[in-house]
Write a protein that binds this ligand. Structure first.
Ligand SMILES: [Zn+2]
Length: 91
């Protein structure tokens, strides 16, 4: 869904780590796609710690030219949890 494209950081209204954590916790670390609902956190194999496979996706894009970009939003609205959805890496 991201196409691996890297844009200049100054151009993007990225979520803070706190917002990403909040988005994940609000859906119990499950993919928000109703047809998927895959767990996005689990134990790392062969080592300590956890691995997170989920992604905090923007509903309207973080940067101009991105999917569904809405120029009417202020940067703080664009990085708010209301503009985010927690998905697994497949979705
Ligand atoms: Zn999914």
């Amino acid at each position: 869904m991201f196409g691996g494209r890297i844009l200049a950081m100054s151009n993007r209204d990225d979520f803070t780590q706190k917002t990403k954590d909040e988005l994940a916790k609000r859906v119990a670390w499950l993919c928000s796609n109703p047809n998927c609902r895959r767990a996005t956190i689990g134990a790392k194999t062969g080592s300590e710690g956890a691995i997170i496979t989920g992604i905090a996706a923007h509903i309207t894009a973080a940067a101009p030219g991105g999917p569904r970009y809405d120029s009417a939003l202020r940067p703080d609205q664009r990085k708010n949890t209301t503009n985010g959805i927690w998905l697994c890496s497949n979705c």
